[in-house]
Design a binder for this molecule. Structure first.
Ligand code: NAP
Length: 327
């Protein structure tokens, strides 16, 4: 017997920028589990700009919620600084809420979002998109119960290429290089068999900006665990080839090899240099499938650990001033 496809729920996208256009709109269409009912664009994106025909555009979430009282859910795709207030507003209006990463600007904001979701009895899903790769799941499976000697994260990309003109990223609360770096930390916390603790960090902030453009972190497995040391090297000024890799050295017991390389942002896995998994990126389709399942199960999914590691790096880190940054 085949399981029938559930009727699509309506969703409004709040914040119609790069990620909404590049990933959310195509994933909503591809999965068919949601119907895009509206978008919110403070500057008032035109139909030519949205490419969405007669899908209505509202200037604020408040306007959208008032105009569409029957809307089932929203996807908050704004920069993180405004995410908390928008999420609380949507939950209080009875909507299920999907939030982009990073899920909040601070840990307290995130804690309060959990309370708001519980109070509203609605699904809150804080999506970590990099986790939605088969190679990440395969790595997690191999590392279950393993002894991990060392992990080296290298996450280097060109901010001018991926975030052109997005000044919010270098303003306070914009995360700077932790905007991509937190993706690596979301994978790390998913695959390791034990928690890690940040021991040391260096954060390099351009003289004319608020947030780091580069950072190095030194972490260790929790005391008494089977996880050794972890280093992370985040850089936002990498031109040419972009690097999103996690190299894992294990004792080889139970992992079918001593060295695991998770590369290309978590989409490919090699073991002892031999490719074992490479699947095309379908992260956002996975996100919408999970959102639909969570709603059906009256459940939520909010994992604070990647945000905790960023906050901890900011607490124990040494802050250094570096060259001014201009687009
Ligand atoms: P973006 O291109 O700057 O888009 C953000 C959008 O949010 C803008 O269009 C802005 O509208 C809108 N916005 C700002 N305040 C708002 C408010 N109060 N209500 C409604 N809309 C509001 O940024 P992005 O690259 O899409 O990134 C957004 C989030 O997605 C970030 O947290 C980022 O980490 C995450 N993300 C980005 C990528 C990527 O590759 N870019 C990948 C994965 C995840 P106006 O234009 O009208 O000001």
């Amino acid at each position: 017997m085949t399981r029938s496809t559930p009727a699509p729920l309506t969703v409004g996208i709040v914040g119609f920028g790069k990620i909404a256009r590049d990933q959310h709109v195509p994933a909503i269409a591809a999965t068919g589990l949601f119907r895009l009912a509206a978008v919110v664009s403070p500057h008032g994106a035109t139909p030519e700009e949205t490419g969405l025909g007669d899908v209505p555009v509202f200037r604020s979430q408040r306007e959208m919620l008032a105009a569409l009282p029957g809307l089932d859910s929203v996807a908050i795709c704004t920069p993180p600084a405004v995410r908390h207030a928008l999420t609380v507003e949507a939950l209080r209006a009875g909507k299920h809420v999907l939030i982009e990463k990073p899920p909040a600007a601070t840990l307290t904001e995130l804690r309060l979002l959990l309370d708001a979701a519980e109070g509203a009895k609605r699904t809150l899903f804080a999506a970590w998109h990099s986790r939605f790769n088969a190679a990440v799941e395969e790595t997690r499976r191999r590392l279950t119960g393993a002894t991990v000697r060392h992990v080296a994260i290298t996450w280097k990309e060109d901010v001018r290429r991926w975030h052109p003109g997005q000044d919010w990223i270098f303003a306070a609360g914009g995360f700077g290089v932790f905007d991509p770096g937190i993706n690596a930390l979301s994978i790390l916390t998913e695959i390791l068999p034990a928690p890690v603790v940040v021991r040391d960090a260096e954060l390099r902030v351009p003289a004319n900006r608020d947030t780091p453009i580069a950072a190095t972190l030194r972490m260790e497995g929790a005391a008494g665990s089977t996880v050794g040391t972890v280093t992370a090297d985040f850089d936002f000024l990498q031109e040419g080839e972009q690097t999103w890799t996690i190299a894992i050295e294990t004792d080889g017991v139970g992992t079918d090899g001593g060295r695991l390389d998770l590369t290309h942002g978590g989409t490919r896995l090699s073991v002892d240099g031999v490719p074992v998994l490479a699947e095309p990126d379908a992260e956002y389709q996975g996100i919408y499938r999970r959102f639909r399942h969570l709603i059906a199960d009256a459940a939520g999914d909010v994992d604070a650990r990647p945000l905790q590691l960023v906050a901890d790096a900011c607490l124990v880190g040494r802050w250094r001033t570096t060259d001014a940054f201009h687009w």
